[in-house]
Design a protein around this ligand. Structure first.
Ligand SMILES: [Zn+2]
Length: 269
């Protein structure tokens, strides 16, 4: 599932591909449920002739700023944008002026498009770790306000947005924190380490153009159809039975909040 670094990589690539500033001539929808709102006929009508002013990211959402309103895209499990024709699973096609075509493919079909007038629809999501609102004081207050295991706490997009299973495991390893610890029981020092670990692991993911797990085409790959490289740089995620890069102890895998979780028992317990 694309997390913040993968979505950020896609947004940067869309910007580099000069999609911004172009007018949308028309769109085609091949799987109606991909369009969450408005209904498909209205969506097709409203998106026509809209100019793309800007493309940004908020949490795991891709935000197309249009002349009128916004197109919000959440890729969920397997959604991806491609500038070349995908072999299959294409759900939406956007024709731009000058002949460029943006294809949206999504094997599992969980990704959603919403054409909205305001950004209220994503108001409920928590603070983005790269926004100026993500301060140590606000992070500490959030942790102290909740008595919840730190792993599911970080996965919950209501608190902090953008993190998923991969980067939560990496951040907790980085900060040497047991994923089962309760958020409000962390020491000041642990909160401080975690506050710095979160943007650190995300930045590394962005630098490496995202994490592509496995080799299957349903896994994340970027707009030009290439795999990311961060899977080779992970310290703990899916490294069970391998030595911890920091201390050499064997990494274990367990379930926390029903999610496969990777920890170094020596560094994190
Ligand atoms: Zn270790």
């Amino acid at each position: 599932m694309p997390e913040l670094p993968e979505v950020e990589t896609i947004v940067r690539e869309l910007n580099e591909a000069h999609v911004v500033g172009k007018k949308i001539l028309k769109a085609e929808v091949f799987w109606n449920r991909t369009v969450a709102t408005p209904e498909v006929s209205k969506f097709l009508q409203l998106i026509e002739n809209q100019k793309i002013l800007k493309i940004t990211r908020q949490g795991k959402y891709i935000v197309f700023h249009l002349f009128e309103g916004f197109l919000l895209v959440h890729l969920r499990m397997t959604g991806k944008f491609l500038l070349s024709m995908p072999s299959n699973h294409e759900r939406v096609r956007i024709y731009l002026e000058d002949g460029q075509v943006l294809h949206y493919a999504d094997q599992r079909k969980f990704g959603r498009f919403s054409l909205v007038k305001t950004l209220d629809a994503i108001d409920h999501i928590g603070v983005d770790p790269f926004s100026k609102d993500f301060t140590f004081e606000s992070f500490k207050a959030l942790l102290n306000a909740h008595s919840r295991q730190i792993k599911p706490f970080l996965l919950d997009q209501k608190h902090i947005c953008g993190l998923g299973n991969i980067y939560v495991d990496e951040a907790l390893w980085e900060a040497k924190i047991d994923p089962q610890r309760f958020s409000n029981t962390l020491s000041h020092e642990q909160m401080h380490d975690l506050f710095h670990a979160i943007p650190k692991v995300l930045e590394k993911g962005i630098e490496n153009l995202g994490t592509s797990l496995g080799t299957h085409r349903s896994n994340y790959f970027n707009v030009s159809g290439k795999r990311g490289g961060n899977q080779y740089k992970l310290n703990v995620f899916r490294r069970d039975k391998e030595p911890c890069p920091r201390c050499g102890h064997i990494i274990i895998k367990l379930k926390v909040a029903q999610r496969g979780t990777h920890v170094c028992p020596n560094c994190q317990y």
